[in-house]
Design a protein around this ligand. Structure first.
Ligand code: A3P
Length: 294
């Protein structure tokens, strides 16, 4: 579907105060009017929070284990991205979902206020994964560099400022995580931390199993944890984005590090001070805490 050189880097434009992109990742009436079914499972994240990882876990659980389907179909076709726009080469996310059998797994990065009302109206199960801001910033920077559908990130220093001021695709990390945190008890939301997934994958997998109302054998759970380990997902073309021609893995692999605390290798002391000052200000009113909060 076109090489990286044919991809035009996106520009940002505002949708209800949220920066969205002008190219393949869209927000439109089709997304707003999406008709959810009661057994749709929505995976919602801010970009780079571990979306691909939790989708793999959830799909294995819904499928009852690491099935042929999971081994042979790319993540993007098993869990359509609802914000993916139509192109001459592929259907939109909503069109893909319309042809899918239930239970459907839906991927989104949308902030609470842009989520299709139908998900709330149908009391759908929603799994939100949150990851600490500093690691997200680093991961998002490298993702912009390697994915030619994303806006031009500029220098590390420039991207750092864009992220802090929320002038990046899908908007402010602060607004995203705190708004999802605020609604978690009013709706059917399972709130998961990337840091917990890294620290004890089995415990978090069991939380998801319980949330989805499933029961799985111990051996199946072990299989799922193994299948979704970083090294396996990095080697797996169904999950590592390698087949996507607009993602240049030589610039930075999609499965980059998969660690907590990589920000320490990238933030200068001055950037860290500036970041923490802004963080304290923006997070003053929320009870949301991350494991490496200062
Ligand atoms: P890094 O860039 O820090 O390595 P998303 O899927 O939301 O785009 O998130 C991608 C991030 O999740 C990347 O972070 C990627 O390496 C990490 N990731 C993906 N699968 C993982 C796994 N199985 N275990 C740990 N981290 C994983």
């Amino acid at each position: 579907s076109g090489s990286s050189s044919e991809e035009k880097r996106a520009k940002l434009y505002m949708v209800e105060g949220v920066p969205m992109m002008t190219n393949r990742y869209v927000y439109n009436e089709k997304i707003r009017n999406y008709k959810a079914k009661a057994d749709d499972v929505l995976v919602a994240t801010y970009p780079k929070a571990g979306t691909t990882w939790i989708i793999e876990i959830v799909d294995c659980i819904l499928s009852g284990g690491v099935t042929e389907k999971i081994k042979s179909q790319p993540s993007g076709s098993r869990a359509p991205f609802i914000e993916l726009g139509q192109s001459p080469y592929s259907p939109s996310g909503v069109d893909m979902l319309d042809t899918m059998l239930s239970p459907r797994l839906v991927k989104t990065h949308l902030p609470v206020k842009l989520v299709s009302p139908s998900f709330w109206d149908n009391n759908c199960r929603i799994i939100y994964v949150a990851r600490n801001a500093k690691d997200v910033l680093v991961s998002y920077y490298f993702f912009h560099k390697m994915n030619f559908r994303m806006p031009e990130p500029g220098s590390w220093e420039e991207f750092f400022e864009s992220f802090l001021s929320g002038k990046v695709a899908w908007g402010s990390w602060f607004d995203h995580v705190t708004n999802w945190w605020d609604i978690r008890e009013r709706h059917r939301v399972l709130f998961i931390f990337y840091e917990d997934l890294v620290q004890d994958t089995m415990r978090e997998v069991e939380r998801v199993v319980h949330f989805l109302g499933q029961t799985l054998e111990r051996t199946t759970l072990d299989e799922i944890v193994k299948h979704t380990a970083f090294s396996n997902m990095k080697d797996n073309p169904m999950t590592n984005f390698a087949p996507l021609t607009w993602c240049i893995q030589e610039i930075s692999p999609f499965m980059r590090k998969g660690k907590v605390g990589d920000w320490k290798n990238h933030f200068t002391v001055a950037q860290n001070e500036r970041f923490e000052e802004e963080y304290r200000r923006r997070m003053a009113k929320t009870s949301l805490r991350f494991t490496d909060d200062f």
